[in-house]
Design a protein around this ligand. Structure first.
Ligand SMILES: Cc1ncc(COP(=O)(O)O)c(C=O)c1O
Length: 400
């Protein structure tokens, strides 16, 4: 008995990021550590008008309890978008509105995981997924992702040796690495998973934030009945709405709805109505285009500055979209030590460690480019480059 807390909650690691980022609250620090969309693009006026309009038109109805599946109009909007963007025919009955896509992860953990079940995650992987699934006490089997997608040799090995129930993927502009799976990689992954009782979770909160290249094939097309999709309005409209969605075939949806009802009955109905109204009255693709334009410029500024200021041997990904890129320092360097050196120069990032389930230190780190303007990015990367060189000179790169 540990203070009466469940083993489940006691075992989940404290948010390492929150601990480490306390120092970045200082305004004088240039922070590439956060994971937030840029608030400059929150459609304040549009949402304000949508809120007024729905209150005006629907009155007390929008303040009542609502159905667990979510507002039909919003689900229809999502289904239409899948049809237009990906050529996918998704019946509205297969769409559940969730309280952010983060809730989708929790509902899937609740629905599928018994203690000790095998679960494949990406390495490095999304911290929030590691945390959400950890509560259900699975055994994590990390499979590396690298340029082009998942390491299929490593995936094949895990599939041969274990019986994973779930395979969790962020196929577009992954958090934390910025990596996207190519079509060929998706096909190879699907080929390996086909005929096994392993469900693919395709979590795609960044998919619409594509700067270059065309949309890639969805696992939903490759493995229709054993894929669950998660989506979100957090990065395209505003995260405070806490609205996302989950797409699952009927046998899975039936169980997920039970988990949803137990969790919160339904997602915020008022927020759903306001968002739906906003989406009907505004051109969301034009809005997304504005975001993409700016994020892309910021990404280019970051990549250019990395080329200019980082020492040879430090490499980075060049994402086709999203909000993050991933740096690999020369072999043997510690990103935790670099963090200390960088804070002394008033620049912050997230060391790679928390994105792995089993590492104490790494030579990798995540940089966010969505929240700083280009000049700030160049200055921050310059300082980071100096910090890397300083650490390298001190330790010769063998300080792990
Ligand atoms: C990969 C991934 N999945 C899910 C989420 C959760 O997003 P939300 O709950 O706001 O939809 C995030 C947030 O950053 C994310 O990066």
């Amino acid at each position: 008995m540990k203070n009466g807390f469940s083993d489940r909650i006691t075992d989940v690691p404290k948010s390492f990021i929150r601990e480490i980022l306390k120092v970045t609250i200082d305004d004088s620090i240039i922070s590439f550590a956060g994971g937030l969309p840029n608030r400059q693009f929150f459609p304040v006026k549009g949402l304000q008008k949508a809120a007024n309009d729905v209150f005006e038109e629907a009155g007390d109805e929008i303040l009542q309890y609502a159905n667990s599946e979510g507002y039909l109009g919003l689900r229809q909007f999502i289904a239409d978008r899948y049809r237009h963007k990906d050529g996918l025919e998704i019946p509205v009955e297969d769409i559940l509105i969730t309280t952010g896509s983060q809730q989708g992860l929790d509902l899937l953990g609740k629905t599928f995981l018994n203690e000790g079940d095998d679960l494949i995650i990406e390495e490095p992987g999304y911290l929030g997924a590691i945390q959400a699934f950890s509560l259900y006490r699975p055994r994590f089997y990390p499979v590396p992702v690298r340029e082009g997608g998942m390491d299929t040799t490593a995936l094949a090995r895990v599939l041969r040796e274990r019986q994973p129930k779930l395979l969790y993927t962020v196929t577009n502009f992954q958090n934390p690495s910025g990596i996207s799976y190519t079509d060929e990689n998706r096909q190879s992954v699907a080929h390996l998973v086909r005929d096994r009782s392993c469900l693919i979770i395709q979590d795609d909160p960044y998919g619409d934030l594509r700067f270059s290249g065309g949309r890639r094939v969805s696992f939903k097309r490759l493995l229709t009945n054993s894929t669950v999709l998660l989506g979100s309005f957090s990065k395209t409209v505003a995260p405070a709405l806490r609205l996302g969605w989950l797409v699952a075939p009927p046998p899975i949806m039936e169980k997920v709805i039970v988990a949803k009802q137990a969790a919160d009955l339904h997602s915020d109905y008022l927020a759903q109505r306001i968002l739906h109204r906003y989406l009907c009255d505004n051109d969301i693709d034009a809005h997304i285009a504005t975001i993409i334009h700016q994020y892309n410029k910021q990404k280019e500024a970051m990549i250019g500055a990395i080329r200019d200021f980082f020492p040879a041997g430090a490499t980075c990904t060049n994402p086709e979209g999203g909000m993050f890129l991933w740096v690999t320092l020369p072999e043997g360097m510690s990103s935790l030590q670099l963090f200390e050196a960088a804070i002394a120069r008033k620049v912050a990032f997230v060391p790679g460690t928390p994105f792995y389930v089993d590492r104490k230190d790494t030579n990798t780190l995540r940089l966010n480019f969505s929240c700083s303007n280009e000049d700030t990015i160049v200055e921050g990367i310059r300082r980071l480059g100096e910090s890397i060189k300083e650490l390298f000179n001190q330790t010769g790169g063998t300080n792990r």
